[in-house]
Design a protein around this ligand. Structure first.
Ligand SMILES: NC(=O)c1ccc[n+]([C@@H]2O[C@H](COP(=O)([O-])OP(=O)(O)OC[C@H]3O[C@@H](n4cnc5c(N)ncnc54)[C@H](O)[C@@H]3O)[C@@H](O)[C@H]2O)c1
Length: 418
């Protein structure tokens, strides 16, 4: 079997961590039971290009249990957990092409290698693989029947491809399922981004000024958790409704050019470019901490840091200190990549359970409806969301009410009044 990973000897540690994560992935467990019996993906080759974490390993094992032939690569050059890749190769015979810290060239080469398996399905995170397929002649990868997309930035890119009429196959936007973005983005990023900043810096949040750029699904989770740790939270936004929502939730809102001068810790979660830009960087206090948890490493204007620096060096694992020409020290975390996946382990398994249940059901949906779905961005039916939420609540031991017949009729009628 061909593969390219850091060190296969890490397999035991990786397997222990994969098992630990699975303990709280209740929906995936239920699906795995069914998949082992029914094998709905038999005969399908699936290329998973995702952050190579313990949770992703469990998703891959679910799809393997469903009968798929799996191949995997990383969706980020720095988020790969090498022990997890080793376990997938050694204990599960899955060809994996991922190593933490690879060059940009090697990173894209791994995607080409995954595609050389001629997959029927692609699980994408950020849209890189679908972008490659869009640029390729269709004959180069004729088997593809569809793809799934994990994150907000990927959905933005897919919509851009679709607008140009260039999408060749249906894509299920997993991110758009309610059981994904309402839980993974705020609760997952909220906890894991703080976890990453904590592990990298070990700084105290209480009493500090924490600047959250972007008050979307991820930003609102991060702001709430930073405030919960005692930070004074400032939000920056470009959307007036989101800015208003942040104000109503009790945060200070101001432009980044003002927040720059007062913030101690910055974390950008917008999916946008140069949010923490040169002008802001010039105003920051000595010792400021800069990070981002959006998909690509473009939210902090790193070229500006490079331009304005006198020197730089790694002062702690995950912390690059830029000494500016005016003497200020600015600390960039995770080389400007997703701080939660590079400096910590990504989201807790319990919340990835919901996202990856959508990935499983998205893959099944594409196979079941092969040939009938238009080549556009699809969202899974609401019933799938309800089923995932129901299974998760059941596993959590939470009971809830059902509508009575009378209530159902009332909610569908117009005749009743006061
Ligand atoms: N780190 C992770 O594990 C993880 C998990 C989920 C999503 N993401 C990524 O996080 C990013 C945000 O996702 P989301 O679901 O919150 O998106 P979202 O669209 O809900 O929110 C983004 C917000 O950023 C705001 N924004 C855009 N440009 C801005 C600017 N220049 N200054 C201030 N605000 C700006 C937008 O108005 C919007 O409110 C995406 O790149 C997504 O792919 C990362």
């Amino acid at each position: 079997m061909d593969y390219s990973i850091a060190d296969v000897k890490l397999a035991k540690a990786g397997q222990d961590r994969i098992d630990w994560a699975f303990e709280t992935m209740d929906v995936l467990k239920k699906l795995r039971e069914r998949y082992t019996k029914d094998r709905p993906l038999a005969g399908t080759t699936v290329f998973a290009c995702l952050h190579m974490t313990t949770e992703t390993a469990n998703l891959i094992l679910n799809l393997k249990a469903a009968g798929a032939r799996m191949v995997a690569a990383a969706s980020n050059p720095l988020s790969t957990q090498d022990d997890v890749c080793a376990a997938l190769v050694k204990h599960h015979r899955i060809p994996v092409y991922a190593k933490c810290g690879v060059s940009k060239r090697a990173f894209y080469k791994s995607m080409e290698t995954g595609l050389a398996y001629h997959p029927h399905l692609v699980l994408d995170d950020g849209g890189d693989v679908v972008s490659i397929l869009t640029r390729q002649a269709p004959a180069k990868n004729p088997n593809v029947i569809g793809a799934t997309e994990e994150t907000t930035t990927g959905v933005v890119r897919l919509n851009a491809i679709a607008r140009q009429g260039k999408l060749r196959f249906p894509v299920v936007a997993v991110n758009e399922s309610k059981t994904k973005h309402i839980f993974d983005n705020p609760f997952g990023v909220g906890q894991s981004a703080l976890d990453g900043i904590t592990r990298a810096t070990n700084r105290l949040y209480a009493g500090s000024v924490f600047v959250v750029c972007g008050y979307g699904w991820c930003g609102r989770g991060l702001a709430a958790r930073a405030a919960g740790m005692g930070a004074r939270v400032i939000v920056t936004e470009v959307n007036p409704l989101k800015a208003m929502e942040a104000v109503m939730n009790g945060y200070q809102v101001m432009p980044i050019a003002k927040a720059a001068a007062v913030g101690d810790i910055f974390c950008s979660v917008t999916g946008d470019i140069n949010v923490i830009h040169e002008k802001a960087i010039r105003l920051m206090k000595d010792g400021a901490i800069l990070s981002q948890a959006g998909h690509f490493n473009v939210e902090v204007e790193i070229p500006a840091l490079e331009k304005l620096k006198k020197s730089k060096r790694t002062v702690r694992k995950g912390v690059t200190r830029y000494v500016m020409r005016d003497g200020r020290r600015l600390n960039l975390l995770a080389e400007g990549r997703l701080v939660n996946l590079v400096c910590a382990e990504g989201h807790p398994a319990s919340v990835m359970d919901l996202s990856f249940a959508n990935q499983c059901l998205g893959a099944e949906y594409l196979v079941k409806n092969q040939g009938t779905l238009e080549p556009r961005v699809h969202v899974l039916p609401e019933q799938v969301d309800f089923e995932i939420a129901r299974l998760k609540l059941q596993a959590m031991g939470v009971e809830f009410d059902e509508l009575t017949e009378e209530q159902r009729a009332y909610l569908q009628s117009w005749e009743y009044g006061t």
